[in-house]
Design a protein around this ligand. Structure first.
Ligand code: MN
Length: 247
């Protein structure tokens, strides 16, 4: 067993910092929202930034957490209130290696209209499958909560709503997406927001022809096999904008 604070690989920490910057640069997160990755030396832990805007995260801001949300090495760093989203999903889904939680604006309407379904309208978003499930926090927290997943019990309820899906809507709040790699979690978060924009536009024209479950599955494996292409592009774009704004 690794010692208590066995470090994750430097490459994984670097990629997590990059994921934070990409998600900000691509408009998925703003001051809020977060991305985590499962520790590559210990599957019982995950890596998540301290409580801060993702666009400003650096390697020194990454904190190890246990599945129950306990931070292992916080020092004087404050951690995210909603870290329980990540831990509960890693516990429930051994296949999940990375999680993105966001309030991306185009997805939000799909969380609040009871009969609206969030479904894939194009081949880039096959990960939405037959439609994203929706988490109703009122079922667990009553009708006067602040909508935040602020403890492990609410995290477990969210993970139950996610089930075996790759993307879950959170009513009046946002969404969470999961993937077998950090790059794919970022891809799904970006294309979840893109799909929401496209679906809202299509709905203005009429009832869309959505991907069938079979099309969604086939499209997911072919497009997601090329995830390095958008990752490298988005990484370069985020880096060049960071340099432009800091110079
Ligand atoms: Mn949130």
């Amino acid at each position: 067993m690794p010692s208590d604070l066995s470090p994750a690989s430097a490459a994984l920490v670097d990629d997590l910092v990059t994921a934070n910057h990409i998600l900000f640069d691509q408009g998925v997160v703003d001051a809020f929202g977060h991305v985590s990755v499962r520790h590559d030396q210990d599957p019982e832990r995950f890596l998540l930034a301290r409580n801060m805007a993702p666009g400003n995260v650096q390697a020194c801001d990454i904190v190890q957490h246990m599945h129950d949300g306990t931070p292992l090495d916080p020092g004087d760093r404050r951690v995210y209130l909603e870290r329980f989203i990540h831990g509960a999903i890693y516990r429930a889904r051994p296949d999940v290696m990375a999680v993105v939680h966001s309030h991306s604006p185009s997805v939000l309407p799909f969380t609040v209209v009871p009969h609206a379904r969030f479904r894939p309208v194009c081949h880039m978003s096959g990960f939405l499958g037959a439609g994203a499930p929706r988490f109703e926090i009122r079922d667990s927290a009553g009708d006067a909560s602040d909508l935040l997943v602020r403890d492990d019990r609410l995290g477990r309820a969210l993970a139950a709503s996610l089930g075996n899906a790759h993307f879950v809507l959170m009513r009046g709040h946002g969404s969470t997406t999961v993937a077998p790699s950090l790059k794919l979690a970022v891809y799904r978060a970006v294309y979840g927001e893109v799909n929401a924009r496209l679906q809202l536009q299509a709905l203005q024209l009429g009832e869309p022809e959505y991907l069938t479950a079979g099309e969604a599955e086939a499209a997911m494996s072919s497009t997601e096999g090329q995830v390095d292409r958008p990752w490298n592009l988005w990484k370069a774009a985020a880096q060049s904008r960071r340099h432009a704004t800091s110079s």
